[in-house]
Design a protein around this ligand. Structure first.
Ligand code: SAH
Ligand code: SF4
Ligand code: F3S
Length: 449
């Protein structure tokens, strides 16, 4: 049977789709590259904003309608939206064959067998009986230079606007031995860059013990997350380490020292700010004030000068005034973010914030969004112009998405760099590039031989 998985949402979803695909391959199924060739199409979904759900529902509707043309085709939904909607998914998408929640992904092969034989609908979206290891153990090996590794599942922070704790469950850290086994396997298959994934990734090992051996690592780290960075750094073949998402409470002196002393750890951190107004941060229940955020950034930049920061911002949170918004704008200017994802607030059913009036009008949310994006572009142009002529290290990923004759890779600060290939160049190589041109999102340059 041929399957195709279409993925929406965050890196957790990308990683889950990889795992489910690996699981299906292990059961003897084949991956299709086109929808028209697939017997089964699964949409992996996100619930974080209403728009993400609308997109997935629209896609599912089209796929189900396509069954007329492709009789025998089965269509399923998995991930966060399946977990949130449960039975309602079948009402929203009549003709849908199956829905599998975030805690049940390891059951996908069995469910597929059932619906191929008997048709749908089949729902599996319960909780408990965690399957993470069964799933994470299935790593597609072989391909790719850069891969995600889950270290922390779920989230227990309960920010007032966020659906993630409801759809992903309580925070749970994977034992370090399991993480390291996966990293070593990936390194042996040629992977050079590892991104450690968790909703609040530096909380790794805070709620449960993850290390079986002594309390201090070789380099004297005590915090479970810093110890993990050290262990991954020491794996032969791993040249770069990233992790996402950060939280200011995790930006400790020990993290700063780990980022400074471990050569594979990149000088970039995705550290969601959400708002620069203390009043809004309080309503969001983020657990920090603007000053705490400032201090976190200062601590890391003191250890690693030139460290790049990227962030997430929500505009138009309930009661956000022009003055609150101005504080966000000013703090973004002060921190000098390298990039930011700016989201318009979207009330999510079941969250505390959804009980409050969504009182910032849609056009004002759109305006605030545009203002921040324009600020970012303007600052990026100035910053990038100053880099023209400089050298940067790039991890080569392969041909550029936009132009097949060019190659692309990432700088240590997570910027995409595009360049002309040279003979013998292979994905996974670390090269030095002299920058000749830059846009806000991309560097262009020449390989230095
Ligand atoms: N765990 C990460 C982010 C997870 S969701 C963190 O908190 O650091 C990714 C981003 O989506 C969040 O950082 C936030 O900016 C945005 N987001 C979450 N819920 C949202 C909502 N209800 N409306 C708009 N944006 C939201
Ligand atoms: Fe959501 Fe907050 Fe957890 Fe991030 S830290 S996933 S925003 S509850
Ligand atoms: Fe990720 Fe969206 Fe789920 S952000 S955790 S796919 S709700």
């Amino acid at each position: 049977m041929k399957f195709l998985i279409k993925t929406y949402g965050c890196q957790m979803n990308e990683r889950d789709s990889e795992s489910v695909a690996a699981l299906l391959l292990a059961h003897g199924h084949e991956a299709a590259s086109l929808e028209t060739e697939a017997d089964v199409i699964i949409v992996n979904t996100c619930s974080v904003r209403a728009k993400a759900e609308h997109k997935a529902l629209g896609k599912l509707g089209l796929l189900v309608a396509g069954k007329r043309e492709f009789p025998g085709r089965r269509v399923g939904v998995m991930g966060c939206m399946a977990q949130r909607m449960k039975e309602a998914a079948f009402r929203k998408v009549p003709g849908l064959d199956f829905a599998v929640g975030t805690h049940r992904l390891a059951n996908v092969p069995g469910i597929l067998e059932r619906v191929m034989k008997n048709g749908g609908p089949v729902l599996d979206a319960g909780e408990g009986e965690e399957q993470w290891e069964a799933l994470a153990g299935h790593v597609a090996t072989g391909s790719g230079v850069s891969r995600f590794v889950n270290i922390l599942f779920g989230c227990s922070r309960r920010c007032s606007y966020c659906v993630v704790p409801a759809v992903r469950g309580e925070e749970w850290s994977r034992p370090a031995a399991a993480v390291m086994a996966e990293v070593k396997r990936l390194a042996d298959s040629g992977v050079r860059e590892i991104t450690l994934l968790g909703q609040s990734v530096m909380s790794y090992g805070r709620a449960q013990a993850v290390w079986a051996d002594g309390p201090v690592s070789r380099r004297g780290f005590q915090e479970p997350f810093a110890r993990l960075l050290e262990a991954v750094n020491d794996v032969e073949g791993i040249r770069r380490i990233r992790f996402t998402s950060g939280h200011p409470s995790g930006c400790t002196d020990e993290l700063a020292r780990a980022m400074k002393e471990l050569p594979a750890v990149c000088e970039h951190l995705h550290l969601p700010l959400q708002s620069g107004s203390d009043r809004i941060l309080g309503l969001m229940r983020r657990g920090y004030a603007a000053d705490d955020y400032r201090r976190a950034v200062e601590r890391l930049r003191a250890a690693v000068p030139g460290m790049a920061f990227t962030t997430d911002i929500i505009v138009g949170f309930p009661t956000e005034t022009a003055d609150d918004f101005e504080k966000t704008r000013q703090l973004m200017e002060e921190i000098r973010f390298d990039n930011a994802f700016v989201f318009k607030y979207s009330p999510r059913p079941g969250t505390p914030a959804a009980e409050w009036s969504d009182d910032v009008p849609a056009d004002e949310k759109a305006r605030r969004n545009q203002v921040l994006l324009a600020d970012l572009d303007r600052r990026a142009m100035v910053r990038h112009q100053a880099l023209i002529g400089r050298e940067v290290e790039v991890l080569v990923e392969g041909t550029s998405l936009r132009n097949e004759s060019r190659w692309a890779g990432k700088t240590r600060t997570n910027m995409t760099a595009v360049f002309e290939p040279v003979d013998g160049l292979a994905p996974g190589a670390l090269v030095r590039i002299r920058l000749t041109r830059a846009t806000p999102q991309t560097f262009y340059g020449d390989i230095i031989l």
